[in-house]
Unconditional design. Structure first.
Length: 139
């Protein structure tokens, strides 16, 4: 995995790719993790919660990982940062989940965000330390 992310918009002549890495780099991070979240907001727009960090390879809950919130506008093909949730090392701000619309009801204007802030157990399966985490809800 390269640690980059893109979003695609449908245009008259096909699909157009919009890289999101510039936002991570501007926030001082060099990797976007697949543990990110996407939700619809008002109208045709989207909100992305990207888990970003400064590691060279995919690290599960790396200390210093933070969340970068972006608004994506498919009609104009633009994206803009709206907030960053910083980590407090050795804790990470990670595993974001944006509120999803239920059925065919109208999307919330700004979806709520659920995420963890803590220290993982030391790895994917061979946990070597005590898990310390908090769950935060931003609405």
């Amino acid at each position: 995995m390269t640690g980059a992310a893109h979003w695609y918009c449908r245009e008259d002549d096909g699909w157009r790719c919009h890289p999101l890495m510039a936002h991570a780099l501007a926030a001082g991070k060099r990797r976007i993790h697949m543990q990110s979240s996407l939700a619809r907001t008002a109208g045709p727009n989207l909100r992305a919660a990207l888990m970003v960090d400064d590691t060279a390879c995919c690290t599960w809950g790396a200390p210093g990982a933070s969340l970068l919130l972006l608004d994506l506008e498919p009609e104009s093909g633009t994206s803009r940062p709206v907030d960053q949730i910083m980590a407090t090392p050795p804790r990470a701000a990670w595993l974001p989940a944006l509120e999803q619309e239920a059925g065919r009801t109208a999307a919330p204007h700004t979806p709520a965000l659920l995420y963890t802030h803590g220290v993982n157990g030391g790895g994917f399966s061979a946990n070597t330390n005590t898990i310390q985490t908090e769950v935060h809800l931003r609405g």
